[in-house]
Design a binder for this molecule. Sequence first.
Ligand code: UT7
Length: 334
Amino acid sequence: MTIRISGTGSALPQRTVTNTELTELVDTSDQWIRERTGIGERRISTGETVAALAADACRQALNMAGKTASEVELILVATCTPELLLPCCGCQVQSMLGASQAAAFDLNAACAGFLFALDTVYAYLKAGIYRNALVVGSEVISKLVDWSDRSTCVLFGDGAGAVFVEAANEDVICENGRTAGVEALLQGADGSKGSVLSCQERPVQNPFLPEQPEACAGPYVHMDGREVYKFATRQVPACILAALEQAELTVEDVDLFLLHQANERIIAAAAKRLGAELDKFPMNLQRLGNMSSATIPVLLDELNRAGRIHKGDRLVLSGFGAGLTYGATVLVWG
Ligand code: UT7
């Protein structure tokens, strides 16, 4: 048994915000943002919700797969920015799609969320519990951003990406002889580094505390950018190499590396450490910024629709995020 991604989709807010517009909010410049991150502009929600973006992306993925919402068995939404604490975003999406037969829930592994969700769905499908699933990464991270903090507000964007995944009972052998499906996956977390990238929301608060806590500073992203940078440039290549080793593959066996789109310099450093050509690392962060869990599925959808992914291509998906979390999945497109 293996899995096949038979549909991809993505959805972005209408409003584009350029670096120049941000210079009106904080002491920054287009040059600084481009040189340090590669980002030129991003989409920011002016009303689009995490759930609505997710549902739009799912509709496209279902359409491409030639499936109806009623055929969906599971919806797993990776998000760290849901509108509601209850019910979960997955259930909102289920209702919006009319996917009444689907189980639905959320998963939060921050920017690595989509990868963790894909791996989770792979395990469900492999165990025979479900036969198909929508896997989504959707974020409106702009609502967690302190728009007066130049060290974070220039980095992020909003958006959603989704894939429709189906179980394949028989091996699909591609023309190049590769067997389609997941070849290896690796997930990791280092909770001791949680404070490096965090966002406060609800501290313990009730009438029974001996002392009432100070008011929460605000639910804004707080980040030690240099620490995250160091972690990412070390951990992402190490994780990719370990996943490739699991599958008895080398860097040369990979056609495309789809990395979390946080910073062009992080991606270039990972490519260098791996000894791989940078043109195997497609990027869209120049246009979209860091959309947290949505970056990888949006990039996958853009490449798929542009005809840049072919049957038999070996892809490595890899990301990192708050937690700190990280992961890599090796798969052959089928
Ligand atoms: O999904 C995971 C999310 N997080 C990440 O991926 C973040 C990983 N880290 C990074 O991408 C980089 O560390 C940043 C892009 C956040 C920052 O780049 P950097 O080269 O590490 O810059 P820095 O933090 O060392 O700051 C250099 C200078 C500082 O000024 P001084 O102390 O040298 O005078 C900052 O205050 O740049 C200043 N600075 C800015 N200047 C203009 C910080 N943000 C800005 C800004 N515009 N937006």
